[in-house]
Ligand binder design. Structure first.
Ligand code: MLT
Length: 389
């Protein structure tokens, strides 16, 4: 007998963009090609040594071998509070306004279940991280897209959101520094979002996973919580993944409204059992220890960005100069569909790049490159792409 039919929810989900890209990459590697991956945003730089060594110590401690605290250890939440205070000047109560997450993707996906019922709406940026829309649908709601277009500096036009949609919406997602466009939101936009959310009784979900990857020290990305009044109606997700090259460790935290933090915590206590204690201990070292490793990563990404920007300019391609995050958002040459272009780059140049359409329909006509390979490989990737244009 066959297995029972899968749920409508799972059947409505497209395959995860990066799992698909990885499948295509492996197929080309299997044919013996030397593939350079500028696909997923996964830092190639190692986790800083002092964090690894904190983990080595912690993992031998039997106190960490039992179930961890559901919400994150007191030390971890205090470390997150200290980091946020130092970086953004925002005061948080660790017990009520901070929650440990097994990666920010986990938090982003789970929080839907605390607010979204059938018929409810979440406003999501597109192009955008696919999890915002897929988790809304998975929770039974509708994701209404807010297009991010170049003419509007990749900021959503809040005025364009129809009155009935504003009425039914419960959540509004923002993501600056932005994936995939690598732009930063100005303070004035964050103020507008807070006023809009206040006027329409929305919870702001701010994905701030790239806050520490920026290129201009005079233009550091902000936290939504820096805007007066924002904390009461926001939940913001921070991740150690990109900041400390810890994507594989799965460790992040949410900050914001105590009510929102409590609601997400309630979902999570039913579904997961928290972050491994030894990882939380190493994360405390990351957040409270020396931060020069983060400045070094920024320096490396800046150098790579400059190399890629020069190469793209030489190729005659059009793109937005990245302000933050380790991505470059480039126009597909010759008006061809982004999937066709990226497939041809993979097959002919053996370079993985991400088709813009994978991030939403306004992403059509673009592709995304990452800065997560060393300068030699980056130059080689550019040479190969130039060779097939
Ligand atoms: C990306 O490449 O967009 C992200 O790294 C994917 C992720 O964080 O899951």
């Amino acid at each position: 007998m066959p297995l029972p039919s899968q749920s409508n929810k799972i059947r409505s989900l497209p395959p995860y963009l990066f799992a698909e890209l990885d499948r295509k990459r492996r197929a080309v590697i299997a044919k013996g090609a030397d593939v350079i991956s500028l696909g997923i945003g996964d830092p190639d730089l190692p986790t800083p040594a002092h964090i690894v060594s904190a983990m080595q110590q912690a993992v031998t401690n039997p106190a960490y071998h039992t179930y961890p605290s559901y919400n994150g250890s007191t030390e971890y939440r205090q470390a997150a509070a200290a980091f946020v205070k130092k970086r953004f000047g925002v005061e948080l109560e660790p017990e009520r306004e901070i929650l440990g997450l097994i990666g920010s993707k986990e938090g982003l996906a789970n929080l839907q279940f605390a607010w979204i019922d059938a018929g409810d709406i979440a406003l999501v940026p597109e192009p955008g991280y696919t999890v915002y829309a897929s988790s809304t649908r998975f929770a039974g709601g509708t994701a209404v897209e807010m297009p991010l277009v170049e003419q509007n500096r990749y900021l959503p036009d809040l005025e364009a959101i129809a009155p009935d949609i504003r009425q039914r919406a419960k959540l509004i997602y923002i993501n600056y520094p932005n994936n995939p466009t690598a732009t930063i939101a100005p303070r004035s936009f964050l103020e507008k979002v807070v006023a809009f959310a206040e006027a329409h009784s929305l919870l702001i979900v701010s994905d701030n996973a790239y806050s520490e990857i920026y290129y201009d020290d005079q233009q550091r990305p902000m936290s939504i919580l820096q805007i007066p009044g924002a904390k009461a109606r926001s939940i913001e997700l921070h991740s150690l993944s990109k900041t400390y090259n810890m994507t594989g460790w799965r460790v992040a935290f949410a900050i914001g409204s105590a009510e929102a933090i409590g609601a997400l915590g309630k979902i999570k206590t039913n579904w997961d059992s928290g972050i491994f204690g030894a990882i939380q201990s190493a994360a405390v070292t990351a957040l409270t220890g020396p931060q020069d490793c983060v400045a070094q990563s920024r320096q490396i990404y800046r150098q790579r960005r400059d190399i890629l920007v020069s190469a793209l300019t030489r190729m005659g391609l059009s793109f937005t100069i990245p302000e933050a995050a380790f991505y470059v958002w480039v126009k597909v040459p010759g008006g061809q569909p982004s999937i066709n272009f990226c497939t041809s780059v993979l097959e002919k140049a053996h370079v993985v790049i991400t088709p813009g359409i994978g991030f939403g329909k306004s992403g059509e006509g673009y592709f995304r490159m990452t800065l997560t390979v060393n300068t030699e490989r980056l130059k080689e990737a550019c040479e190969r792409i130039r060779g097939i244009l």
